[in-house]
Design a binder for this molecule. Structure first.
Ligand code: NAD
Length: 414
């Protein structure tokens, strides 16, 4: 395996692949990559731009979490970098346009913590229905308030899920097992799981749900999705949860609906403005309200999720470095050509222009290189083609391929 810099004349063996993992990524990630023969360096903290530029020299695979920023300046100073693993969900900390331009693949872990969010939502729904948080606070204050008033079972109640994606749909299945009738609203066509029923409008869902829970994504149109109008349409004494995006909810409106008693309780894990660092003060309209559970954006934060993220992203990095696989990449066209150890593989990232495949194949044909398998995919301005051939490709052919005006990056993998 080699990069286009200067020209791909020698293979880079797995033992020569250098990996830098920052920000205390779960040890399973490093163990997995070491098990594949890669050289792995780990560091606990995040790095500043200058520190990263220094640390990234000679590094082929970089692993970060949410506080290391990978800017165009960093990428420009990292000619050997093949891929970045964001060992988290978000990728805002990476200049994705710049990675695509340079043919650097980015991977993240979009599903690893979904079960953790679902379990917290279930715990909070039951806690709110039984007013557990309030009763526990009373007890800590020395108050023995043994009463059934305002405490309910969830069995037979209607749960309204807004956003039926990875999290919303898992929640649907578990909530039904608890005896909930589940209804949902999603702007996309989604398959209803179990006995869940689709609502054709959010208004319909609000009018019939005893519990409303938001699991929408962060698209710009979702800012202010849930305000005074939506709250007013909820059933009296219904419960409300948001573990998705802070910007989706008008917290001042929620406060007034809780104070008026129209909404009987709420659980919020995400906020329009969240403290940047551990220990920074937390300000919100929702502080100090009864039967309101506030948690510091920990819906997906479990040791199980961290472990899963570690393994998942490490396996994506390995697959890309060794075999060129890009399935679930954040920025690259998705290709997963089956690995055949008897073949030699070329991975070429190119500008998405007409005729590139014909040029590559014409060039290989001229040099009597027989193509055994090939897959091409494009995404925006970038194209990616994996080509398996029966014999190792000579340096002259590689040099010609690397010199094509459309070539962004070329690697010979095996
Ligand atoms: N609290 C946490 O720690 C935590 C952890 C993980 C994920 N999340 C957040 O949870 C949310 C859901 O995650 P996911 O993995 O299920 O995402 P997803 O992309 O799989 O699902 C989101 C769903 O919401 C739907 N949707 C978007 N806007 C909508 C709208 N206005 N009305 C109705 N439906 C709408 C989409 O069509 C999609 O089906 C995301 O915002 C994610 O960032 C929070």
């Amino acid at each position: 395996m080699t990069t286009t810099d200067p020209f791909p004349t020698s293979l880079l063996d797995d033992e020569d692949v250098r990996v830098l993992l920052l920000e205390n990524i779960h040890a399973d990630g490093a163990d997995f990559l070491r098990g594949k023969g890669f050289q792995v360096e780990t560091r606990d903290g995040a790095l500043s731009e200058d520190e990263l530029i220094e640390a990234i020299q000679g590094v082929h695979l970089l692993g970060i979490r949410s506080t290391t920023y990978v800017t165009d300046k960093v990428l420009a100073a990292a000619p050997d970098l093949l891929a970045i693993g964001a060992f988290c969900i978000g990728t805002n900390q990476i200049d994705l346009a710049a990675t695509s331009k340079r043919g650097i693949a980015v991977f993240n872990a979009p599903y690893s913590n979904t079960r953790s969010v679902v379990e917290l939502a279930i715990a909070e729904i039951i806690s709110l229905a039984r007013r557990l948080h309030e009763k526990s606070t009373d007890m800590h204050n020395g108050v023995w308030n043994k009463s059934a008033a305002g405490s309910h079972e969830v069995r037979g109640r209607t749960l309204g899920i807004v956003g039926y994606g990875n999290i919303g749909s898992q929640l649907s299945v578990i909530a039904e097992a608890l005896g909930f009738k589940v209804v949902f609203f999603d702007i996309d066509d989604k398959l209803a799981l179990g006995n869940a029923q689709r609502c054709s409008t959010i208004e319909e869902l609000l009018q019939i749900s005893d519990v409303v829970t938001l699991h929408v994504d962060g698209r710009p149109g979702n800012a202010g999705l849930f305000g005074a109008d939506e709250m007013a349409q909820m059933k009296p004494r219904a419960l409300f949860l948001n573990l998705s995006r802070g910007i989706a909810v008008d917290t001042a409106a929620l406060r007034s609906h809780i104070e008026s008693g129209h909404i009987a309780g709420a659980a919020l894990d995400v906020f329009p403005v969240e403290p940047k660092r551990q220990g920074d003060p937390f300000e919100s309209d929702l502080r100090g309200l009864p039967n309101v559970i506030l948690t510091p954006h920990v819906g997906g934060s479990t040791e199980e999720a961290q472990q899963d993220i570690g393994r998942f992203v490490a396996s994506k990095l390995r697959s890309y470095a060794s075999f060129g696989g890009t399935s679930l990449s954040v920025n690259m066209p998705e290709i997963n050509l089956p690995v055949d150890s008897t073949k030699h593989r070329l991975a070429l990232v190119h500008r998405n222009a007409p005729g590139v495949l014909a040029t590559i194949n014409g060039l290989l044909g001229e040099h009597e290189v027989n193509i055994e398998a090939q897959s091409l995919s494009t995404r925006g301005e970038i194209g990616y083609v994996l080509t398996d051939v029966s014999a190792e490709i000579g340096p002259d052919v590689l040099k010609e391929l690397a010199s094509l005006p459309e070539t962004v990056r070329l690697r010979q993998l095996t």
